[in-house]
Design a protein around this ligand. Structure first.
Ligand SMILES: C[S@@+](CC[C@H](N)C(=O)[O-])C[C@H]1O[C@@H](n2cnc3c(N)ncnc32)[C@H](O)[C@@H]1O
Length: 207
């Protein structure tokens, strides 16, 4: 059942996000990805909504995702763009790359979904060179007790609908507890989406 929903979710992902992307999400994606440089690894790249935002100056671009239906869409988008990049099926918790092999790791709306966020963050730290940067844009647990309460209460149905997403995950706290140094975090709002995923944290962390 989970596999079947993965297929459906990947097919409806872009239409579901269409209004929110146009109503504002494309701008923070662009601002964040303008900072990507050198050898860049994107985790959970999904259908490839970030693709058009990467600066030409990026030296090497590797896009990963563990879900086969997302990987197919990603490959199609990459092919159509004509841009040089590689697409590698992989989960963030077990990245098939050497230590210190990237200058930038990108995670947008992914650390909410990985099964084991601490392990994924350790993997990010491992593949980043010393001084390399994680660029993140994640929806997170709300600071409002009322909204956080709803994120907890609706956790199970939301997770089933959104293909494994934990709307109540305190991702920035997990990053702060890790070996990465979080050096900038901006709050934002994912408008035109359900309130459960409104609170966004956008920022950088250094290895
Ligand atoms: C909400 S989508 C975000 C897609 C894309 N990053 C974006 O910004 O639109 C979450 C993505 O995380 C992927 N994912 C699920 N489990 C994962 C894991 N363990 N490691 C990496 N990515 C994962 C899903 O397949 C999906 O493509």
């Amino acid at each position: 059942m989970r596999k079947l929903w993965e297929h459906v979710f990947s097919a409806i992902y872009d239409p579901l996000l269409w209004v929110a992307e146009r109503a504002g999400m494309a701008r923070p994606r662009g601002n964040l990805l303008a900072q990507a440089s050198g050898r860049v690894l994107e985790l959970g790249a999904g259908t490839g909504l970030n693709f058009r935002h990467y600066p030409e100056a990026v030296e090497k671009l590797v896009l990963t995702d563990p879900a086969a239906p997302m990987v197919s869409r990603l490959k199609r988008r990459a092919r159509r763009s004509g841009r040089d990049c590689s697409v590698v099926p992989a989960a963030a918790e077990a990245l098939p790359f050497d230590d210190d092999s990237f200058d930038t790791v990108v995670s947008t709306l992914v650390l909410c979904t990985v099964d084991d966020p601490r392990r994924a963050i350790d993997e990010i730290a491992r593949v980043l060179r010393p001084g390399g940067r994680l660029l993140f844009l994640e929806h997170v647990r709300s600071d409002s007790r009322r909204l956080a309460g709803w994120q907890d209460r609706l956790h199970r149905p939301w997770r089933a609908f959104a293909a494994g997403c934990h709307a109540n995950r305190p991702t920035v706290e997990l990053l702060r507890e890790s070996v990465l140094r979080v050096d900038e975090v901006e709050p934002d709002c994912w408008n035109w989406m359900p309130a459960l995923v409104h609170p966004l944290s956008i920022g950088r962390a250094e290895a």
